[in-house]
Design a protein around this ligand. Structure first.
Ligand SMILES: C=CC1=C(C)c2cc3[nH]c(cc4nc(cc5[nH]c(cc1n2)c(C)c5CCC(=O)O)C(CCC(=O)O)=C4C)c(C)c3C=C
Ligand SMILES: [Fe+2]
Ligand SMILES: [Fe+2]
Length: 387
């Protein structure tokens, strides 16, 4: 075996409040996250939205101590994984490549090249595949690879998804059982799986396997739990005016409260590390909503972070994939159709008269302004109390 490397992929998060705007810019400049009708719109639009959303987003990061813990946790996972692989006789070097913040994917790839890695396992830290997460990171790697002959000599394989790995399912079930046992009536407590949402069109138009994988993980965890608890799945963190996967977490929490549910445990199903959406959105916003809606006991299952059983699952997976035939970037899921940000209007460009063309252009400007406002939650319509 040649020199072995493992590349962990994750989203990245702003470490300080001053990083929030440039981080958001990188995120919104990615067409896998936000696809505009014309490519030339992407960067100006990302600039606009990131500037306008930065205030709300900074407030949220301020509430969790002024930055995301994602880098620190991912580094701890990388160290633990490297030690575990070593203990299992595999002398591998583990790298971290973040999509939108430091340490960037490009930096990780440079280090992999400098270190003379000959065999590489690429492991996204998202159990379920989505075009917007693992898909985006893998697309980026494919591009970097295509531009560098030195990288093309590395034997690599991609683990595109691991939502049904027995080890992962077992750790999640064990964590859930421990959390349930904190309630007075563990078997009657409602289990609320909260997954990060994606726009509905990713699934219905582009064939994103994300929803199906989330549902499968949920099912497998409930089976491994071996308890009779009622359970429900909903999607959180919607951004923008489009329809996202339903039901929305906020609606379901309010509804459960109205139905008289008193004990609720939230399982953050699409996250394996603590970050803003567990620490702020679930622990603060959803807790507040739940208590207001009549739920009395609200708990959240912690993310698996660096738990030894979780790290063991990761290392077993890496060792298994080193022996498997490799999965190429081109074999990883690709959207069937280009993702659209919104159900596209039929713009009648240059059809009849100049007047109609200009009507279209003015409508486009108005439409973009509305979109910016809906995504950022900030603008003249909000000021006028209309949104
Ligand atoms: C499975 C995980 C995730 C999916 C799916 C996902 C899709 C997705 N996200 C946005 C918009 C934003 N995401 C933001 C931060 C963020 N998102 C994830 C995970 C998923 N996103 C993580 C791990 C983080 C970083 C968290 C941290 O601790 O820093 C943000 C910025 C934060 C905010 O302002 O809310 C945005 C915006 C879209 C549009 C999308 C699907 C298309
Ligand atoms: Fe996100
Ligand atoms: Fe989010």
């Amino acid at each position: 075996m040649g020199r072995v490397g493992v590349l962990l992929l994750n989203l990245g998060g702003p470490e300080q409040l001053k990083d929030v705007r440039p981080f958001l810019y990188n995120l919104f400049a990615d067409p896998e996250i936000l696809r505009l009708p014309f490519a030339w719109m992407q960067k100006p639009f990302a600039g606009l939205i990131s500037t306008m959303r930065a205030r709300t987003s900074r407030d949220n990061y301020r509430q969790i101590g002024g930055g995301s813990p994602l880098r620190r946790i991912t580094e701890a996972q990388a160290h633990a994984l490297q030690d575990d692989l070593q203990a299992k006789g595999c002398d591998a070097q583990v790298y971290i490549g973040m999509r939108y913040w430091h340490p960037f994917t490009e930096e990780a790839v440079n280090r992999i090249k400098q270190d003379g890695i000959e065999e590489l396992v690429i492991l996204p830290l998202y159990p379920q595949f989505s075009i917007s997460t693992s898909g985006s990171s893998i697309r980026l790697l494919e591009k970097i690879w295509s531009e560098d002959p030195a990288l093309q000599k590395i034997k690599y394989t991609v683990i595109s998804s691991w939502h049904d790995r027995p080890g992962y399912v077992q750790v999640m079930a064990d964590f859930l059982r421990q959390e349930l046992d904190q309630f007075e009536n563990p078997d009657q407590t409602t289990v609320f799986f909260s997954a990060h949402g994606v726009p509905l069109s990713y699934v219905t138009e582009s064939g994103d396997p994300y929803q199906q994988e989330i549902e499968a993980s949920t099912q497998l965890i409930m089976e491994a739990l071996k308890r009779p608890n009622p359970h429900i799945l909903a999607y959180q963190s919607r951004v923008g005016p489009m329809e996202w996967l339903r039901p929305y977490t906020t609606n379901v929490i309010a509804h459960l409260g109205q139905q008289g549910v008193k004990d609720l445990v939230v399982v953050p199903i699409s996250f394996i590390s603590e970050h803003i959406e567990t620490l702020q959105e679930i622990d603060m916003e959803y807790r507040h909503l739940a208590l207001e809606s009549g739920i009395e006991n609200f708990r959240r299952m912690p993310a698996v972070n660096t738990h030894p059983d979780f790290i063991d699952t990761l290392s077993e997976m890496v060792l298994e994939y080193l022996d498997k035939p490799s999965l190429r970037f081109s074999q990883v899921f690709r959207p069937q159709k280009k993702i659209k940000l919104y159900p596209q209007e039929r713009w009648e460009w240059g059809m009849t008269t100049t007047a109609e063309r200009w009507n279209g252009r003015f409508a486009m400007v108005g439409f973009i302004a509305l979109l910016v406002e809906l995504i950022s939650g900030y603008g003249p319509l909000h000021l006028a109390g209309l949104l």
